[in-house]
Design a protein around this ligand. Structure first.
Ligand SMILES: O=C(O)C(=O)C[C@]1(C(=O)O)C=C[C@@H](O)C=C1
Length: 251
């Protein structure tokens, strides 16, 4: 098999994805809240009903679907309805996941969390007119967060293969609570949260040539937003994906 997933390799991948999410936070924090971006009544785009951010995300997903993005089982669209098929030659992505994985997409929850919970923490209030740029920053951050959360499918498959005898009885009994307990590693979660806050502090600081001033300037965003994002939403939703995946794992 081309792509071998192990608990160590999926955790390494999750660590690398932290960087992408933190850069995404920094890029979005560059803009103020720009509430018109999210206002359905503001946009008035001919032939489209919805907000500017919906317009940008839907249309970008259309283009990326044609370019093959969603043939990779690590990717999940926000608007899977009416997405065009890929128009490029297909790549043989490893079929590591159980086929039930394809029916798991919790991007509706990710979207709601992003608009309702994350943006108010991240963006200072204000309006600078850069709505399209704001929507583009939202899109990359949403995609990074979604990819991380749905990576729970791979984490769960690895855990199942490592200990089917522990998982199978809980799956058959549809014991969500038991599964949640079995897949949880509290100390790993704590390490993740602390590392994310440290990375956010380091990546968000001003870098100058005078080392006396390093880390003294204004941070590009509040690093605790990154750790709160992980603690309150990213880790819980990754675990929800793991439970949903496992419940479909034995048929
Ligand atoms: O590393 C794992 O084992 C995971 O399942 C990932 C993760 C996370 O989202 O960071 C989720 C659940 C575990 O309790 C620890 C960490």
């Amino acid at each position: 098999e081309e792509n071998v997933y192990t608990l160590a390799s999926v955790r390494e991948d999750l660590i690398r994805q932290e960087d992408t999410i933190i850069y995404g936070l920094i890029e979005r924090a560059k803009f103020p809240s720009n509430s018109h971006t999210y206002d359905e009544k503001y946009a008035q785009i001919p032939g489209f009903s919805g907000s500017l951010v919906e317009f940008v995300v839907k249309n970008t997903e259309d283009v990326q679907a044609k370019a093959g993005r969603y043939t990779n089982p690590e990717e999940n669209p926000f608007f899977p309805e009416n997405l065009p098929p890929t128009s490029v030659p297909s790549y043989p992505f490893s079929q590591f996941l159980h086929p039930g994985a394809a029916s798991i997409n919790i991007n509706k929850s990710v979207w709601k969390m992003y608009l309702r919970d994350l943006l108010p923490l991240l963006a200072t209030s204000g309006d600078d007119g850069n709505y399209a740029q704001t929507a583009a920053a939202d899109l990359s951050l949403l995609q990074a967060i979604s990819r991380r959360i749905h990576y729970g499918k791979f984490v769960a498959e690895v855990k199942f293969r490592d200990a089917p005898q522990d998982y199978e009885p809980l799956i058959r009994a549809k014991d969500r609570e038991g599964l949640m307990k079995l897949l949880t590693f509290a100390s790993v979660e704590e390490t993740v949260r602390k590392r994310v806050e440290k990375k956010a502090t380091v990546f968000g600081q001003e870098v100058g040539l005078d080392s006396d001033n390093d880390g003294k300037g204004k941070s590009k965003f509040d690093p605790t937003v990154a750790s709160r994002l992980y603690k309150n939403w990213v880790i819980p939703l990754t675990k929800e994906v793991q439970v949903e995946y496992l419940l479909r794992r034995v048929d």
